[in-house]
Design a binder for this molecule. Structure first.
Ligand SMILES: Nc1ncnc2c1ncn2[C@@H]1O[C@H](COP(=O)(O)OP(=O)(O)O)[C@@H](O)[C@H]1O
Ligand SMILES: [Mg+2]
Length: 253
């Protein structure tokens, strides 16, 4: 089981005072898959991912990454193991170019990224790293913006830069929390299709939180639906849209 799955969360419960935000939720992310966590606002999606990435400690349950028990490890340890939430990557310098931002992320595991960037700013940056960075940028449609300062990018492009930086850390699993939130529906599909392409190209898995079921579903290999803290349905996209429990909560919204 652990060979096929990069992440396994078993019966995770997380309470905030009297509120049970996540209630015995179990999910598994298959290697090289886009696994989607769906459900209405307040369902517990973000909290579950926060438990998996070490931001919150589970009250009950276990989390395994690449077969290793990571329950209760601090976020930075989990990040170093290769399970990355995009916001965990140190904030980019707005004035750094797109390429420099990717190079900075590449050096962020095990080294202070700011020191790394300042120290290496161009002089001494290995040609190899630059090639790697360009390869990543080309796979997500950002290579033509390589020399642009990050603050010049649009919202959708910034999202893609976040994904590029996650890839640059060498992540095996990337968690994206509502990556198309606030993005125009026309671009939203493009972001998700890039994500789908990346999983094959880089043999990386994605855990994608999304509540806009209509836009996101076609890009998912497997889907978990949460409601009121619990996983109420799982299956392929086709199975999910036919599931009466899912139809009910989305119509009820
Ligand atoms: N840090 C927190 N302290 C107290 N309650 C929280 C906290 N984070 C989330 N919650 C509550 O837990 C429930 C699940 O929230 P969340 O995981 O953010 O849902 P989702 O991401 O599915 O919208 C909600 O009722 C929310 O108000
Ligand atoms: Mg959320």
């Amino acid at each position: 089981m652990h060979n096929d799955y990069v992440l396994v969360a078993k019966e995770v419960t997380k309470r905030f005072g009297g509120l049970v935000a996540v209630n015995k939720a179990s999910i598994a992310v298959r290697r090289s898959s886009v696994t989607m966590l769906m459900g209405p606002n307040g369902a517990g999606k973000t909290t579950l991912v926060n438990v998996c990435t070490g931001v919150y400690k589970a009250d009950e349950g276990k989390v395994f990454f690449e077969g290793n028990d990571i329950t209760g490890l601090p976020p930075y340890e989990i990040y170093k193991l290769g399970f990355v939430r995009t916001f965990q990557i140190p904030i980019p310098f707005q004035s750094l170019t797109v390429l420099e931002n990717v190079l900075a992320a590449m050096n962020s595991v095990g080294e202070n990224p700011l020191v790394a960037v300042v120290k290496r700013r161009w002089i001494g940056v290995e040609e190899d790293s630059i090639k790697k960075a360009f390869n990543i940028l080309s796979k997500i449609g950002l290579s033509k913006f390589w020399d642009l300062p990050a603050h010049k990018l649009g919202a959708a492009q910034l999202k893609m830069l976040e994904v590029a930086r996650a890839l640059a850390t060498g992540a095996r699993l990337i968690a994206l929390d509502e990556p198309i939130g606030g993005v125009d529906p026309a671009y939203a599909g493009r972001i998700l299709s890039y994500v789908k392409g990346l999983k094959e190209e880089f043999n990386v898995s994605f855990l994608l939180i999304e509540h806009r079921i209509d836009i996101a579903l076609p890009y998912a290999d497997y889907v978990y639906v949460m409601d009121k803290g619990a996983v109420i349905a799982e299956g392929t996209s086709n199975e999910i849209i036919k599931n009466p429990k899912v139809v009910e909560i989305y119509i009820g919204e």
